[in-house]
Design a protein around this ligand. Sequence first.
Ligand code: PEP
Ligand code: MG
Length: 565
Amino acid sequence: MSSTVSPPATLGPAVLTGTPVVPGAAVGPAVRPTGAVRLPDEPGAAIPEDRREAEKARYGAAAEAVAERLTARAAAATGVSAEVLSTTAGIARDRALRSAAEQRIDGGTPAPVAAVEAAAQFMDMFAALGGLMAERVPDVRDVRDRIVAELTGQGEPGVPAPDIPSVLLADDLAPADTAGLDPARILGLATRLGGTTSHTAIIARQLGLPCVVGVGGLDDVPAGATVLIDGEQGTVTVDPDPGEAQERVAAARVAIEALAGYRGPGATRDGHVVQVLANVQDGAGARAAVAAHAEGVGLFRTELAFLGRPEEPSVEEQAAGYAEVLAAFPGRKVVVRTLDAGSDKPLAFATPPDEANPALGVRGLRVARRDPGLLERQLDAVAEAAERTGSTPWVMAPMVATVPEAAGFASAVRARGLVPGVMIEVPSAALHAERLLAHVDFLSIGTNDLSQYALAADRLSADLAELTDPWQPALLELVALTAAAGRRAGKPVGVCGEAAADPLLGCVLVGLGISSLSCATSAVARVGARLSTVDRSACERAAEAALATDDPQAARAAARTILAG
Ligand code: PEP
Ligand code: MG
């Protein structure tokens, strides 16, 4: 995204703009990741046959050294950071990757070249698979660089650990680099690439590091320059006025400390009730959401527990998993989403393997067209979990496009004594929201996919992050349409996409008429606390102002002006 504003020096500091990801502000000298690892650029002399075993052992030792370092860092980290570091360590130890390298060494290829070629084979394969698999490509590239660095005596690539607390500027960061950041030394970060759902963004959110991604012109900022990162406004200011920068950092700190007091339930300052719920994927996640004062679960992504599973889990296994989540919120709202298999979340037992265009293919509820039993068995499992826990979960289908789809789903759900709803992720569903509500009891807007399909832009594409920005006024218009349909029907309409994790946008969504916001557990307090500082009428004015703009930056600015404080 991003325009660059670089006024002449006499007019003040240069302000670069990007997509705000984690609120907060940080000022300090800029540091950059250590230089790229030099990869072998020639095949090199063939290794003689009698030294090939030793060369393989050298490769194995290098891969293991890399894996051990990452594992040690994983042990010292928590949450998503620990997961990312363990995953990267797992890739370094991966047997398939290792044997691809060994095969080449067996043919006389030197270990560093074999490491590059084997990694290329896997990166090509993952890129071709697309979706979540394609997201593995940066991890494999990172592992490749680490192994080559180890084999060739270059320093370990990654981010520096500066003596003076600094801000990190980078083109993009390998997930393991972000996960290993020490918040005592790195106060905030900005990247030229990446979108709101990139790994960098997810981990920065967990670490609470102010973060802006997709910043145009970041390349031109030299290491050592003083930089102010503003994760609320999405700006990177080079050589800011020192007094103003300190004031901004202090104000951001006060706002963040106010969060610590959030206990729910969600409401605007003048008492308009808005449920602030959590997105979870399993029982542990649901229990963490309880601790974070989420009022319930607005999106239980059931497919995530089964990624990588070759066969459909039994009804009993599913029921046990679902019951764990229901048990975490006795008597509270829990919205179970049926399997959203396909596209970026392929499930081996549900997803057709060779679709030309998976995002527009047989995903979400459409999987039941090929295999109705899969949906029936999942609903049986939810009903069983409901019975065991004495709860009445809401159940919604992803990727609904038509009224007959919603009607069929609703009757299958009602037949089991559960409460049916559908996600609004496809523009046709937003346009027909009121007709859908003739069949179901609630709607939940998945802004991640709704923006992808409304703006015709791959949600995983860093190049198109501006188009899938949840502040796109056309997306907000679809939200407004859907909320208005809910009001007319007297039925709740929530938002459970990433849009709901943005505290300022959360206020705007409420102004558009949304009745619940469901977001990552780490964002619950931020969203709830922000909402409690504004009146409903201000949210409505901010929503109107955002709708009247032509681009995400202008929409943010318009809302911020009205909701400032
Ligand atoms: C969405 O599309 O906004 C959503 C919540 O679903 P997912 O991100 O799991 O596709
Ligand atoms: Mg979705």
